[in-house]
Design a binder for this molecule. Sequence first.
Ligand code: AR6
Length: 175
Amino acid sequence: MSKVEVFVGDITQLDVGVIVNAANSQLSGGGGVDGAIHEAAGYRQLQEACAVFGGCPTGDVRLTPGFNLPAKAIIHAVGPIWRGGEQGEPDALRSCYRNTMVVAAKEGFESVGFSAISCGVYGYPHELAVAIAVDEVVLYLAEDPTIKKVIFCCFSEEMADLYRKYLKEARYDAG
Ligand code: AR6
């Protein structure tokens, strides 16, 4: 069975096939995890790779190399900005996770490290976001054996506990 883990720390340190950035729709870089990934990957080369796409719609993802990161590649996922929950935010967030898993599997990556998409400045309520993340990833893993390991990377123990709670409910034991 594929393994799902919870890691507390900096996503730029993860030695995995692909890490998932919480990007904006211009793919223009920014603060938070996006800023940390740009800094660690190499700002200029990552921005050059992103510029080719001319942006990315909310809910969708784009793949670039990892450049100076230990991860081979980066999937830039554009999460929704929370506007109360009635503006399609759950579907858009779900689609970020689904599209990431589809692209990662198609590219043959066996390990994926997710950041908590939309859980920072985009303001998505943490518990609702984690429920979607876990549900969509567990659903995908049941369908497709390509991806052997998924790591939910968080910046706080509070977030890690939420992932552990939902993974337990989904009958996944996370470290
Ligand atoms: N490693 C792992 N997680 C991190 C790191 C890190 N180095 N840094 C922050 N987090 P956010 P969003 C966590 O705001 O809400 C950017 O400016 C953080 O604690 O980075 O999707 C983009 O350009 C939080 O739980 O992403 C967009 O404009 C999570 O990562 C906008 O922010 C996501 O927080 C996207 O906002």
